[in-house]
Design a protein. Sequence first.
Length: 595
Amino acid sequence: MAEAAVANVPAKADAGEPRKPLFGLSFLENLAEMSVLRQLGLLVGLAASVAIGFAVVLWSQQPDYRPLYGSLNGMDASQVVETLTASGIDYTIEPNSGALLVKADDLARARMRLAAAGVAPTDNSVGFEILDREQGLGTSQFMEATRYRRGLEGELARTVSSLNNVKAARVHLAMPKASVFVRDERKPSASVLVELYPGRALEPSQVMAIVNLVATSVPELDKGQVTVVDQKGNLLSDQQELSELTMAGKQFDYTRRMETLFTQRVHNILQPVLGTGRYKAEVSADVDFSAVESTSEMFNPDQPALRSEQQVNEQRQSSLPPQGVPGALSNQPPGPAAAPQQAAGGAAAPAGPIAAGQPLVDANGQQIMDPATGQPMLAPYPADKREQSTRNFELDRSISYTRQQQGRLRRLSVAVVVDDQVRVDPATGESSRVPWTADDLARFTRLVQDSVGFDASRGDSVSVINTAFTASMGEEIPDIPFYTQPWFWDIVKQVLGVLFILVLVFGVLRPVLNNITGGGRGKALTGSGDVELGEMGGLGGELSDDRVSLGGPQSIMLPSPSEGYDAQLNAIKSLVAEDPGRVAQVVKEWINSDE
């Protein structure tokens, strides 16, 4: 306690004036009074702060670089660099991937410069130019055939790669050696590998085009022997599936075109009447794509017609022609005639059959007379009579052959919705919505029916209704957020750089400089005057004429008591404001010493 009390006793001030720093650089003297380790740490911190500040400034000012091309494969890198240098375009090379980067503002200009200079990706595939190379004298036929096949593969690959969706292609041909024996003949085959651009695909019609292109480019190559595969291993050349998908795609396109045509007709007839945006129309067409062939043959039996007639009449008469089996037995003279026998009644009976050409007699033996001629009737000779008649009739017949074409419209449905009509009051100028009347809707229905060719027998339907539309017409396009814009991130970089510099200056550099220069200001206060203690601090009057100093690393002199109470109070206030920590330490030591 005694030592503490002695340490806090006011000291006498020197009568001389304090020594001023050289050229006012008090912080150099303060820096010199620091330890070497503290000086080294302070210098390193200042250097690091300045370096970080410069790095942040450079980062904020650095432009945004973009890749010139996704890949420089097939391009001469030296030629690209020379073209950019000659055009005055800054570029850099990404060390990890080796990509060539240019400023985002110069990206389009750099690509145009390269295109104007003729710098473009070269095709590495070998075509028929391989045949232009000189061949050795001892080149075999196998090598010549192999070179020709290789050149044909390269030419086909170039052709396939020229399609829009194809990035690259490779073609492999299997061409067997020709044989003189028909049974050993083998057909060539081909396989095509296509590399598509990301997010793109080949339509079935495009795959069929590739198949036909390759098949027609190789002699005796059938389309079924061509295989097309993409880079993911998907088989694209399934013939059955391709034919079905191609047909389905054509049918769908035909239906959409037909619906678009009818919708345009409705639009053309309603737009002048209702106005733009006052109605909506949709057409649905039911199209029959089935192919039907029919043949019919019809007869009409009620209307026969004689086409041809043929009649044959044949009659033969002879006097006892030869009868029986030809021969000696049948060639005999007739036997003797038998005598007629008298009947029991006394009447003479006819004696056997009457020979042909003899007069006919009745039962009484009297000749029978012909009433027409009055001559006796003679017995008829044997006769052969035949009649034949053939008649051909033609019936009414009709033959028809019908083939219905695909794409026949089977049914048509039309739906039209009409907005309310807007009427303006001429007196007040206010607009109001009024629904359309039934007569107006009927007129609109007739217009639509006539425009699309309405056919009730076909089952067509046309519906026109009236309803109020909503206030928001069309799809609202959302605004792009400002933080996704490129300029926003440029501003953010600039603002972050400025904030970091401000934090570095006011949070690091300024406290360090204040700490260094604080000692100089403390020394300057020592020569400003003495502080009259008087009755302050409970000290006796015998110390009122002495000067006091506050203990610390550097002594600070207070005004003398002769300068007045206000000067002492102001000096103490300024001292508390300048270095409150030191004043608190002095007061703490005084309290500890009193205890």
